[in-house]
Ligand binder design. Structure first.
Ligand SMILES: NC(=O)c1ccc[n+]([C@@H]2O[C@H](COP(=O)([O-])OP(=O)(O)OC[C@H]3O[C@@H](n4cnc5c(N)ncnc54)[C@H](O)[C@@H]3O)[C@@H](O)[C@H]2O)c1
Length: 437
């Protein structure tokens, strides 16, 4: 059991902190957001993530997980400090490392004994070396420390499961001492033979970006295949399934839709291109994936316009606002550009999301007309557009929906509805790449 401090108690920090406590470690999660810490200390979870409340409750009750807004004290008490603060996109596409560096300075000023400083935030290659310099320069105590890169691969919506049963754990370090402590931190995963990749810091930092960029490329690729399928009367689902049966390709991340969003792929692809530029390496494939992803939003809007060429004054029910199902996260959600496009065309937008509506209002559209049920959102609508693959929307009763709507127009941007049923009920519909069904 190790004494751990996790700095940054957001999607990654909170899940990681609770997960590391579940592995038997003693964990203090800390954050500069006092409101968030107050909520957590009252047993409330600031984000929506399946299974997280149970995990936090269990580890708090066991006495292994606690929360404080006193970052300095949490750092001083820990042997291993995980940095899990945000690294949003900067002005030129680069990762904004200001929060990471602020935490590094706090660590330098509170380095009262040997500590391992472990980046869980997604940071560009070279950041470990940069933090080492910064901490060495700012640390008066001259206590020893080691840098470890331990990128996180959890997916929002299944973050708890992903953290507790990861496909692999990446540990980048050049220190034997740090490696042996980190093996102890992740002991239950070593015991159950989770694959561990132990490498140097730059390789670990690159693994995260290379993985995310590759997945983004896969999504943009299948979206372009879908766009062609639409033109030529083919079915992208059959194509993707057949492609996925080839073990070299795999069926994962071959789902067409409105393009990737969320807090990772958009910024991580841009950051990788930026890092490449700094080193004279062009990531042409990733650049193309980024461009295709941006275009995919417009392609979905075009489908709306195919069904309703004159949008001005038309009531459009937008079902699903989160960037994917099972999360309340709306960062870089496709719904943002699509609602913006509908607003520009003069449409009257009504939105429904089971979880993310408040966040959409808070961060993007304070005046968005959000409804508390699908029925309410679609009543009298001229068109319904599905933007998130929530299970609730998969199970939409199409017959009742048709009765509630003014005109039976549907754009299913997630391909979750039965084409046969849409046809049978006489809907005018568009989906992504299924014109051949
Ligand atoms: N969200 C994901 O699915 C995911 C998955 C893998 C990796 N990541 C990476 O993990 C990192 C964190 O992402 P997130 O989604 O958890 O971010 P987040 O915005 O949800 O959480 C970041 C937290 O850090 C806190 N913070 C900021 N500055 C701080 C400081 N100086 N001291 C203490 N706390 C501070 C913020 O108040 C916030 O609570 C990013 O680098 C991201 O790319 C995210």
């Amino acid at each position: 059991m190790r004494k751990i401090c996790v700095v940054g108690t957001g999607y990654v920090g909170l899940v990681s902190g609770a997960g590391l406590a579940d592995f038997g470690n003693e964990v203090i999660c800390t954050d500069i957001d006092q409101g968030k810490i107050d909520m957590l200390n009252k047993g409330e979870i600031p984000i929506y993530e399946p299974g997280l409340k149970e995990l936090v409750d269990r580890t708090m009750t066991s006495g292994r997980l606690s929360f404080t807004a006193d970052v300095e004290s949490a750092v001083r008490q820990a042997e291993v400090i995980f940095i899990a603060v945000g690294t949003p996109m900067g002005d030129n596409g680069e990762a904004d490392l200001r929060a990471v560096e602020a935490v590094a300075s706090t660590i330098a000023q509170n380095l009262n004994a040997y500590k391992i400083i472990c980046t869980k935030s997604t940071v560009p290659v070279g950041t470990g070396a940069r933090l080492e310099k910064l901490i060495t320069a700012e640390c008066e105590s001259k206590a020893e420390f080691d840098i470890v890169s331990n990128p996180e691969f959890l997916r929002e919506g299944s973050a708890v499961k992903d953290f507790l049963n990861p496909d692999r754990v990446i540990l980048g370090t050049s220190s034997q001492r740090a490696e042996s402590v980190m093996r102890d931190v992740y002991r239950p995963l070593f015991i159950n033979e989770t694959p561990m990749v132990i490498t140097n810091v730059p390789s670990a930092e690159m693994i995260k970006y290379a993985s995310n960029a590759f997945l983004a490329v896969k999504i943009s690729f299948i979206n372009e295949v879908a766009n062609l399928a639409d033109k030529v009367g083919a079915d992208v689902h059959t194509i993707a399934r057949a492609m996925g049966l080839d073990g070299r390709i795999s069926s994962k991340f071959l789902h067409p839709g409105p393009g990737y969003g969320g807090s990772c792929f958009p910024k991580d692809t841009e950051a990788l291109v930026h890092t490449g530029d700094q080193h004279g390496v062009q990531f042409q494939v990733v650049q193309a994936a980024i461009a295709a992803n941006k275009a995919q939003r417009s392609i979905i809007l075009d489908k709306v316009k195919e069904l309703l060429p004159e949008l001005s004054g038309k009531v459009i029910a937008v079902l699903g606002l989160a960037f994917k199902a099972n999360t309340d996260d709306v960062r870089d959600t496709p719904a943002f550009e699509i609602i913006q496009g509908l607003n520009r065309a003069g449409a009257v937008v009504r939105a429904y999301d089971p979880i993310a509506a408040e966040n959409m209002k808070q961060y993007f559209f304070p005046d968005l007309d959000t409804r508390s049920s699908v029925d309410d959102a679609v009543q009298g609508a001229d068109l319904v557009i599905i933007l998130t693959e929530w299970n609730e929307l998969r199970g939409l009763g199409l017959e009742a929906l048709k009765h509630r709507m003014k005109s039976p127009n549907i754009v299913d941007a997630r391909n979750i509805l039965s084409v046969d049923q849409l046809k049978e009920l006489g809907f005018n519909y568009r989906n992504v790449g299924r014109s051949g069904v």
